[in-house]
Design a binder for this molecule. Sequence first.
Ligand code: SF4
Ligand code: SF4
Length: 169
Amino acid sequence: MINKIFGGSYQILRAMGVTLKYLFKKPVTNQFPDEPVLVYPRFRGRHVLKRHDNGLEKCIGCALCAAACPTQCIRVEAAENTEENRRSPGERYADVYEINMLRCIFCGYCAEACPTGAIVLEHDFALAEYDRWDAIYTQDRLLEPHEPKYIQIRDDEVFVPQESWRVTK
Ligand code: SF4
Ligand code: SF4
C-alpha cells in the first residue's frame, strides 16, 4: 500500500517536472498565416501548372495526367493552338484544366505521368474552402505563379539514409 502511494506520487511529480521544464521555454506555436511555415522540400501539396521561361504553358492537353489519376479528379479538354492564340509550344493546349481537390489523394501520379513536367505538386497546404465548389481548382488558379508568402522551404538535410534501410548509393 505504502509502495503504491509513493510510486504514484513519484509518477505525478515526474509528470509535473516535464510540464515545469517547458513552462519557461519559448512557445513553438506558429501564427499561421502571419508567420511563415517551414515545409520540407519533398512535401507534396497543392498542384501548380508550370510555364516555360517565355510564358507559354507547359501543358499540351494530352490528358495523360487524367488517365493516370486513381481518383479521376482531373478534367482536361484540349484545343488547337493557332497563330493568333498560342498558349503552348505544341499543337494543342489545355483549354480546360480542372482538379477536384476534394477527391485528390496527393499521390503524385499525375506529375509522374506528365510528359512535359507541366503539373507539379508544390508546397502549399492551405486548401480549406468555405464552399465545396471552390475546391474545384480551375486552370487560372492552377497556373503559375503561385508563391504564397506563408510557405518557407526548409533547407536542412531531410533525407538521411539509415544503415537499417540498406540504402546503397
Ligand atoms: S495527386 Fe493523385 S489523386 Fe491528386 S490529381 Fe494527381 S493523380 Fe489524381
Ligand atoms: S498536365 Fe501534363 S499530362 Fe496533363 S494534360 Fe497537361 S501535358 Fe498532359
